[in-house]
Design a protein around this ligand. Structure first.
Ligand SMILES: Nc1nc2c(ncn2[C@@H]2O[C@H](COP(=O)(O)OP(=O)(O)OP(=O)(O)O)[C@@H](O)[C@H]2O)c(=O)[nH]1
Ligand SMILES: [Mg+2]
Length: 269
């Protein structure tokens, strides 16, 4: 287990419960296997963050699949937190604070959830993975809450890493570059029937063409041009992924419960 994972494992003994945060746009790929292993030791509640960036019908299907003890929230608007708060207060021991940790993979909104729960902007929040670097405790309103750094599973399928790079939970530049990540994203959108949903904002129509050509069209549309007029595809790739991960292209959920999106070899179908 990596050092960060060991630190979390040592922490579990001190906790009453764990809140796992996943991204509502891909609740399967953004699950943290380490947290599943802790679920034998402590109750785990599940929060799907970024509900505002996901398809409402698909979020409902995911909540049905995950069952009781799971909620979808919009942490920017602090929407949907009341039922979670209620459950936390019910579980608070009479004579001391409820001790819980917010865990999950990078950039899913753990620190933002913590700030919403303790009622103050205490933990640092940021749009890139790896903002929280150590385990820290925060307290307020009968809660003692631990913020923790996002943990990626090094043994996850290659397809999981690919999806995480589209969502901004893993750094595309580390995983082989923005361009391959954007090309696999375009391919995925086409194969999953999501192309029009995602790219309508930029008025790009779906055409029978290689993903490289689509990326060039994205680059032209966004004015990512080099001297001489050729498209800067690296920049176009970056702009496409940034726009998707930050929600500027509108709400879309990439995964459905029971709908496998990985091949047996672990690549995205
Ligand atoms: N639109 C939207 N953005 C969100 C929501 N929750 C979090 N974010 C954004 O997601 C980004 C990451 O939030 P953080 O709270 O820093 O995420 P984290 O899980 O603590 O990340 P690390 O500390 O890097 O592991 C920030 O840009 C937030 O503004 C949400 O519900 N909706
Ligand atoms: Mg954080």
């Amino acid at each position: 287990m990596a050092r960060g994972g060991r630190k979390l494992a040592e922490l579990v003994d001190k906790l009453d419960l764990i809140v796992e945060v996943r991204d509502a746009r891909a609740p399967f790929s953004t699950s943290a296997p380490l947290v599943s292993s802790f679920s034998k030791l402590r109750p785990v509640l599940r929060v799907l963050s970024k509900r505002d960036l996901a398809s409402p019908e698909r979020t409902k299907a995911w909540l049905d699949e995950l069952g009781p003890g799971s909620w979808a929230v919009d942490l920017r608007k602090k929407d949907g937190l009341a039922p979670l708060r209620r459950v936390l207060l019910e579980r608070k021991p009479a004579h001391r604070e409820l001790r819980l940790a917010v865990m999950g993979i990078p950039n899913v909104g753990k620190s933002m959830l913590l700030n919403a729960l303790v009622g103050k902007a205490q933990a640092h929040v940021g749009g890139i993975p790896g903002v929280t670097r150590s385990v820290s405790w925060y307290r307020n309103e009968g809660l003692l809450v631990v913020d923790s750094p996002g943990i990626l599973d090094p043994h996850a399928e290659p397809g999981v890493h690919q999806i995480l790079s589209w969502l901004g939970c893993a750094k595309a530049e580390v995983l082989g570059g923005f361009e391959p990540a954007a090309l696999s994203f375009i391919r995925f959108l086409r194969e999953r029937g999501l192309f029009a949903t995602v790219l309508k904002k930029w008025e790009l129509d779906e055409q029978e063409e290689p993903p490289e050509t689509t990326l060039e069209r994205v680059g032209r549309r966004l004015g990512c041009l080099m001297a001489g007029g050729a498209v800067n595809t690296e920049l176009a790739a970056r702009r496409l992924l940034d726009a998707f991960s930050s929600g500027k292209l509108g709400p879309v959920t990439l995964e459905m419960p029971g709908d496998p999106i990985y091949t047996e070899g672990g690549d995205v179908l």
